[in-house]
Design a protein around this ligand. Structure first.
Ligand code: NAD
Length: 491
């Protein structure tokens, strides 16, 4: 049985208190335990990070980018091992785990360019023989609190940028699939990052609560469900910290009648059921503008019935926990009660055994405004809502609580352009079902999908993990001497 520990001051650090069981979602069996940090254990990790920060902050940009480049090479070399750890605890199939690592790797590659990203501005002679320039400096110790669904990619959205900027970083991964974090920590050590500059505290609410009020933690990046994102934002900012807190999602795909329906069906099925729907950018609602509803639902259902649910090279794995599977499955009864038509029932294609299985489900004629339509289910359930026009579809998207991702499928460039302008969502796809921004753009939603104003990675990530300073300098010139009590103006 494995035991997943903390990582403090560059070494594995067993906890002394509570633990939680880890499960293999494919079999439902306990596979090990994870330590759950106490406040004192969080304090130890923060103290190690505080000690590491000054030397790392003062490391030259060249040195920092060299460590990042080495980390990148190690990540590539260990990607299969990392993917296997992810699949064993999360349940996603191997190819999907490799996909999340590839997207995380892109953020490391972005962060390798830190010397360029931290360039400031310089203005000569803002006043006579006076120069001004701007610089950005690291914050100190910063923390990342991450969800179960991307145990490598979401932490990789955060720490390459934070560390490249000169900060020390503490990761609090999901307690459901914590092993990836320890492999990443070992790779940092091998890459030459000073001990303490990257720490991991395993744990649950107790560890999070301590990080949120710890006086030496300057900023918190959070990704998870909306209620916890709101709590983290409110608690962290009340304690004087910078917080970016990304929350849940309910992503709609609006399909206009002129769209290529085979492309739409392929895209809806891929985006709806990849990673068993446990993606914050999953498409969970298809808004079909009539008269295409019947034809589109047929095409979607045909493809869904062909999906292979299982382990190995299957299309879709199990859900992460028994409780989550049961919660997702409860929406199948609810949907029927609410009057939706159950076209494909995922209970029928679930593999036998004690694993946390649920096959892909498709509902048609989902009533707009029903719980099935509005609530984040976070599983393999795709709802088709029939609408009569572009305007009705747009209104349903904009009335939703969330604003993470959305997509429009059409061959009408004017309609697509109007959609990108009018839709109240942070990440928009045009004939692209999962519009995850590249590492050099920034990732984040609107409304209840993001608390704070800064998205993750890209230029906004660099901004979040640094603070600006403007220097105005004049080198001695006797002719400018003398006492002046007036407010400084420029001449
Ligand atoms: P979660 O909110 O349950 O957990 C996220 C983190 O918060 C974990 O580290 C967990 O240990 C911690 N946590 C849980 N309960 C807490 C509490 N009461 N107090 C303090 N900390 C607590 O989310 P999850 O189930 O791990 O992940 C799925 C959710 O994450 C979905 O809602 C999904 O949409 C969202 N998500 C959003 C994005 C995004 O970019 N917006 C990306 C991935 C996942």
């Amino acid at each position: 049985m494995k035991r997943v520990t903390h990582w403090i001051a560059g070494a594995a650090s067993p906890g002394a208190g509570r633990t939680a069981d880890l499960f293999d979602p494919a079999t439902g069996q306990v596979s090990g335990t994870v330590d759950l940090a106490s406040a004192a254990e969080v304090d130890a990790a923060v103290a190690a990070a505080v000690a590491a920060f000054p030397a790392w902050r003062d490391a030259s940009l060249t040195k920092r980018s060299q460590v990042l480049f080495r980390f990148r090479e190690l990540l590539v070399a260990h990607q299969d091992e990392l993917a296997a750890l992810i699949s064993a605890e999360h349940g996603k199939v191997h190819s999907d785990a490799l996909g999340e690592i590839a997207r995380g790797l892109e953020v490391v590659e972005f962060a390798c360019g830190i010397p360029n990203l931290l360039k400031g501005g310089f203005s000569e002679n803002v006043s006579t023989r006076v120069d001004a320039y701007s610089i950005r400096q690291p914050l100190g110790v910063v923390a990342g609190i991450t969800p179960f669904n991307f145990p490598a990619m979401v932490p990789l959205w955060m720490f390459p940028v934070a560390i490249a900027c000169g900060n020390a970083f503490i990761l609090k991964p999901s307690e459901k699939d914590p092993s990836a974090s320890l492999l990443l920590a070992r790779l940092w050590r091998e890459a030459g990052l000073p001990d303490g500059a990257f720490g991991v505290v395993q744990g649950d609410k107790e560890a999070v609560d301590r990080l949120l009020v710890h006086p030496d933690v300057r900023a918190v990046s959070f990704v998870g469900s909306t209620p916890i994102a709101r709590y983290v934002y409110e608690t962290g900012t009340a304690a004087g910290k910078r917080v970016q807190a990304l929350g849940g999602a309910k992503n709609h795909m609006l399909v206009l009648p002129d769209a290529d329906l085979d492309l739409v069906a392929d895209s809806a099925v891929s985006a709806g059921f990849g990673s068993a729907g446990e993606r914050c950018m999953a498409i969970s609602v298809v808004l079909a503008v009539e008269p295409i509803g019947d034809e589109l639902v047929d095409k979607i259902a045909t493809r869904v019935r062909d999906l292979r649910v299982g382990t190995g090279d299957s299309d879709m794995g199990p859900l992460v926990t028994r409780e989550h599977r049961d919660k997702v499955a409860s929406y199948l009864d609810l949907g029927v009660q609410e009057g939706a038509k159950l076209v494909v029932d995922g209970r029928e294609s679930a593999p036998e055994g004690d694993g946390f299985w649920l096959g892909p489900t498709v509902f048609d004629h989902v009533p707009p405004g029903s719980r099935l339509h509005r609530e984040e289910i976070f599983g393999p359930v795709l709802s088709v809502v029939r609408v009569s026009s572009y305007e009705e579809g747009l209104r349903l998207i904009n009335e939703g609580e969330y604003g993470n991702g959305t997509a429009i499928f059409t061959n009408d460039g004017g309609a697509a352009r109007r959609f990108q302008n009018e839709v109240e969502v942070g990440m928009v796809g045009i004939n692209v079902p999962i519009p995850v921004p590249m590492a050099y753009y920034s990732f984040g939603g609107w409304k209840s999908s993001l608390f704070g104003d800064t998205h993750v990675h890209g230029a906004e990530g660099v901004h979040f993990y640094t603070r600006g300073k403007v220097v105005t300098s004049r080198w001695l010139d006797p002719s400018h001497g003398g006492v002046h009590l007036g407010f400084p103006t420029n001449a």
